[in-house]
Design a binder for this molecule. Structure first.
Ligand SMILES: [Zn+2]
Length: 166
């Protein structure tokens, strides 16, 4: 664990201990005197003021960054881990948005992912939803420029890199 964070947490635990000791001493002064309390507390001499303001700010930033990283895991850059059981010939051929995912397989740019729902039947290549509405076209079709740009715009990794012109 980060040293500073460790210190911070330790300090919280120490304050709890300190409070408990004071309580015990107040409740049972004949068994646990104020001097006993002071002696132990003096050994737990880590205080929050030992951490400078600058370091506290850094700790805050670090925590914020970690939260940001976690958020970014949901932005479509990471592989979808959902298990797909259906064989390809029974699966809908539609492209799904997949959180704006753009991947590269053998030098080919793949937009979104293939729908994992079953086809209505063999003569219709789509699931119920995509039979009526197929906004991102078929998975094996080259998407329209407008669709591609939507992916690029949404995807942090590509947003500033790629500008596609008509
Ligand atoms: Zn579908």
């Amino acid at each position: 664990m980060d040293d500073l964070l460790d210190l911070y947490l330790t300090n919280i635990i120490y304050s709890e201990i300190e409070e408990t000791l004071r309580y015990v001493s107040a409740r049972y002064p004949e068994y646990f005197t104020k001097k006993d309390t002071r002696d132990i507390i003096s050994k737990l001499n880590v205080t929050i003021s030992d951490i400078s303001e600058e370091r506290k700010e850094k700790l805050k930033d670090k925590t914020k960054n970690k939260i940001e990283i976690r958020k970014n895991r949901n932005n479509g850059l990471y592989t979808c881990r959902r298990k797909i059981d259906l064989p390809d010939e029974d699966r809908c051929v539609s492209r799904i948005w997949a959180n704006g995912k753009i991947s590269n397989i053998n030098g080919k740019t793949i937009f979104g992912a293939r729908c994992s729902k079953p086809r209505i039947d063999n003569s219709i290549g789509y699931c119920f939803m995509h039979y009526n509405n197929n906004p991102h076209m078929d998975f094996d079709q080259e998407p329209l420029l407008m669709i591609k740009n939507n992916y690029y715009k949404h995807n942090k990794q590509y947003r500033n890199k790629t500008v596609i012109k008509q």
